[in-house]
Design a binder for this molecule. Structure first.
Ligand code: LLP
Length: 425
C-alpha cells in the first residue's frame, strides 16, 4: 500500500507532506474557511454508490439514500443527480429532498412516529412509499390518505429478530427494539393494511442495524423476510417490492465490512436461489455512501500536559462530532502536515464543558498548537447530528469535486442561532 494513501479512503492522500482530498489541499481549505470545517469528496460518494450499482447490474433496484446520515443540501444534490431516491424520517427531511431537486416519487418515509401533519405533507408531495412501523400507524395513515383524496402506498417494516452484531444503540432489528412489526404479527398487519380503504400494499421492508461488518446477519434477515413474503402472498396479498434497508458498515479503524458489490452479489444469489430474482428491490444505505467521503478539519488550540494524561485541545467538539461521546465511536485523527520526530500520547478533546467531550483517546500524535488535524470518517452522522450546545455555531461544509471546492454551508453565527428566540416583553 502506498503510504501516502489513507486506507479505505482512495480520494484522500498525502502529496509531499500535505493531505489532499481529490485535487484540493485540505490545509488551504482550512485557511480559507476556518475550522472546524467539514469537507466532502464528491468522487468518494459516487464511488461508494458505484459499488452498489455494480452489485445490482441488470436488476430492478432503487437505491434510496438514507439521508439522516448527512442531509446537507449539497450532498443530497449529488445523490439526486445520480438518480437515487431518498429514505426520509421526517417532514423536514422531505423539505430538504425537494429543495435539493430530489424526485418525490422516489422517496420512502421510514420511522416509528410519523405525525399526521408529516403524513399530509408526504401525501401532498406524492412520495413513493410509506414504510409503516405499526398497526396503529396504518389506521392513521389510511385516515389521512382518505382526507387528502389519495391512496397511500405502504410497505410494512418487519422486525426480523436478527442480531446485526453491532453497537446496541444502533441495532434495530431485534425483538427488544422499538422498530418494525414483529415477524409473528406481520401477516395480521398485512391483512389489516390490505383491508384499509386509504392504503395500497406495495412492498415489505426491514432494517436490522447500522455499521454492520458481517454478511451473515444480512443473509439471515433476507431468509426471514422471504419466508414472510411466501406466507403473505399465499394469503392472497401481493407484496410488490422488497426493501432490505441499509446498515452496511465502513472502515473506521481497520474494520473490514464486505464491499457493497461483493455483498450484493452473494445476497442476490440467495434471492435467485429462493425464486425471487425478478422482484423489484430497494435498499436504504446511509453511512456506506458518505461516511468515508468526509473529514472534519480542526485546529489544535492548546497542549495541556498532565500527570495522568496529556490533552490535545482542539477547536472541534462533541457538538460537531457527537459519535465518540454517544457511542464511544472511534474516528482516526491525522495531521494535515505531518511533523518529523517523536509522537506523544494525547486524549484529543474539545472545548465543550463536559468530560464526555472527547474525540479520541490515547492517540499518538506529534503536534503543536496551531497545527491542523483531520478527523476521518466524518461524512456520516456527524454534521447531521451536530448541535449548538454551548452556543457553538455549527461548522461550515465544503464539497470538493476534482480541483473545485464548493462551500455548501457557511459557518453558523450566534445570530443564526438566536433567530427564532425572543425576549419576554
Ligand atoms: N434505514 C433505516 C430505517 C434506518 O433506521 C437507518 C439508520 C438506515 C436506513 C441507514 O443505515 P446506515 O446505512 O446508515 O447504517 N447515528 C448512528 C447511526 C444510526 C442509524 C440509524 N438508522 C451512528 O452514528 O452510528
Amino acid at each position: 500500500m502506498n503510504p501516502a494513501l489513507l486506507p479505505g479512503r482512495p480520494h484522500f492522500a498525502y502529496r509531499g507532506n500535505r493531505l489532499f482530498v481529490e485535487d484540493v489541499c485540505l490545509a488551504d481549505l482550512a485557511k480559507e474557511h476556518g475550522t472546524p470545517l467539514f469537507v466532502y469528496s464528491k468522487a468518494s460518494m459516487l464511488a461508494a454508490l458505484a459499488a452498489y450499482q455494480r452489485g445490482f447490474a441488470g436488476r430492478n433496484v432503487r437505491i434510496c439514500y438514507a439521508m439522516k446520515a448527512n442531509s446537507s443540501l449539497g450532498v443530497l444534490q449529488v445523490f439526486a443527480r445520480a438518480g437515487c431516491g431518498f429514505d426520509i424520517v421526517s417532514g423536514g427531511e422531505l423539505r430538504r429532498v425537494l429543495a435539493a431537486g430530489g424526485d418525490a416519487s422516489k422517496v420512502i418515509f421510514s420511522g416509528v412516529g410519523k405525525t399526521r401533519e408529516e403524513m399530509r405533507q408526504a401525501l401532498a408531495a406524492g412520495i413513493g412509499c410509506f414504510n409503516v412501523e405499526s398497526e396503529a400507524e396504518l389506521e392513521v395513515l389510511s385516515e389521512m390518505a382518505m382526507l387528502s383524496g389519495a391512496t397511500a402506498a405502504v410497505s410494512v417494516r418487519v422486525n426480523p429478530n436478527v442480531d446485526p452484531k453491532t453497537h446496541p444503540y444502533i441495532s434495530t432489528g431485534l425483538k427488544g427494539n422499538k422498530f418494525g412489526v414483529a415477524h409473528e404479527r406481520a401477516l395480521q398487519t398485512y391483512r389489516r393494511a390490505a383491508a384499509l380503504p386509504g392504503l395500497r400494499v406495495v412492498g415489505i421492508d426491514c432494517h436490522i442495524g447500522s455499521q454492520i461488518t458481517e454478511e451473515t446477519p444480512y443473509l439471515d434477515a433476507m431468509d426471514r423476510i422471504l419466508d414472510l413474503v411466501d406466507v403473505i402472498e399465499a394469503a392472497g396479498i401481493p407484496i410488490g417490492h422488497i426493501d432490505f434497508g441499509g446498515g452496511l458498515g465502513i472502515d473506521y479503524n481497520g474494520d473490514t465490512p464486505p464491499e457493497a458489490d461483493a455483498l450484493w452479489t452473494r445476497l442476490l444469489a440467495r434471492l435467485d436461489a429462493r425464486g425471487y430474482g425478478g422482484r423489484p428491490l430497494m435498499i436504504e444505505p446511509g453511512r456506506s455512501l458518505v461516511g468515508n467521503a468526509g473529514v472534519c478539519l480542526t485546529e489544535v488550540l492548546y497542549l495541556k500536559p498532565g500527570e495522568l494524561k496529556n490533552f490535545c485541545i482542539i477547536d472541534a467538539a462533541m457538538n460537531d462530532l457527537p459519535r465518540p461521546a454517544m457511542y464511544q465511536a472511534f474516528h482516526q485523527i491525522v495531521p494535515l502536515q505531518p511533523r518529523e520526530g517523536e509522537a506523544a500520547t494525547f486524549d484529543v478533546v474539545g472545548p465543550v464543558c463536559e468530560s464526555g467531550d472527547w474525540i479520541g483517546r490515547d492517540r499518538a500524535l506529534n503536534v503543536a498548537s496551531g497545527d491542523l488535524l483531520a478527523v476521518l470518517s466524518a461524512g456520516a452522522y456527524c454534521m447531521s447530528m451536530a448541535s449548538n450546545y454551548n452556543t457553538r455555531g455549527r461548522p461550515a461544509e465544503v464539497l470538493v469535486d476534482g480541483a473545485s471546492a464548493h462551500l455548501i454551508r457557511r459557518r453558523e453565527t450566534a445570530e443564526d442561532q438566536m433567530r427564532a428566540e425572543s425576549l419576554v416583553r
